[in-house]
Design a protein around this ligand. Sequence first.
Ligand code: MLT
Length: 253
Amino acid sequence: MEKLLINGLTLAYERCGAGRPLVLLHGFPLDHTVWQALAALLEDDFDVIMPDVYGFGASTLLEEASMDDMAAGVLALLTALGIDSAYIAGHSMGGYIALSFARQFPQQVRGLALIGSQAAADIPERKAGRYVTAQQVMQNGVEVVLDMAGKLTLNPGLVASLQQIILRQRPAGIAAALGAMAGRIDSTEHLSGFRFPVLLVHGVDDNLISVERARDIKKQLPQASLLELQGVGHSPMLEAPEETAQAMRMLFK
Ligand code: MLT
């Protein structure tokens, strides 16, 4: 694990492999370790960079962080590493950050992959619920969101390791991310401006973000590649790593 202090903020990341630069952005309420299985399949073709986004793992906690701030942190990391442009992939919340990156810094994007994610913003009820959960996490700790582990996958064998990842996160980091997700904009109208390859990987049995949300993106951006995975839930990189890696290798040449 490496750490860089950039503009007074620590960004921790793991890096492996060699080749085309590929950034993998983890989802909520996790850290970069969720990518280990996928990274092992991609490292022969890509220079794989897996940051802990602000507030998670060993990276600085930004209490008022927005998705745009988190995306700016990714750009700062790439700049510090001397990388001009990269393939950017995000899982779920990481996809929201990837979308913000693509909107803010299109020249730095070689390709975009959204894994179990969506372009839409939260509906008002979801937004309100996130603020309530954030308060509960601050009062009672990360155990409040521990049940996420069972929603992140259909594979019961993966739940215990996801719980371990959740339990090592900081309550304030989780609360900040809930606020950032609640405040994110709807990226749908920006999709048609994307001039790079876009890959959508989605579990047909995702109970957290319906596969319909990936189909919505495909409608806006017909040239996007959509891989729908039968029998897979919210975490294709864990539940179907081979298929996910293969799709990334095919599109990101
Ligand atoms: C995630 O997996 O990152 C979150 O469930 C995304 C969300 O809550 O919108």
